[in-house]
Design a protein around this ligand. Sequence first.
Ligand code: HEC
Length: 109
Amino acid sequence: MRNIIWLVALVVSLAFAGTALATDGAETFKAKCAACHGKAGEGMKGMAPALKGNAFVKGTAADVKKTFLEGRAGAAKKYKEFPIEMPKNPMADADADSLVKFLQGDLQK
Ligand code: HEC
């Protein structure tokens, strides 16, 4: 009987392992992005542009992902009103995908 209980516990934990591995996009945003882009992605004067309502963010997912993974500095910079550069944010691919999903989904609501 005890063996069966352990077996059930093992199967259940394996079933959830896949979802547990990727960090929630909202959590990643709070930890790595909100300090510059604002808690709700509303942007910060002199610091970083708004991500909410931003056409680039709502556009091609691969471009958004590349921007936060590789950052944007020097000649690649787009905004003069934000003198600092967008830092690199290396992270696991699954975490990057859930962050993109959050940026294009819940953050835009
Ligand atoms: C140190 C402050 C800082 C942090 C932290 C930061 N950013 Fe940025 N981000 C910027 C700045 C400044 C720009 C504008 C760069 C430019 O001039 O093109 C920017 C630009 C962007 C853009 C492009 C916006 C556009 O209109 O082209 C995206 C997307 C973005 N950031 C996402 C993120 C995400 C996601 C995170 C967290 C993983 C993050 N940023 C963390 C400062 C920051």
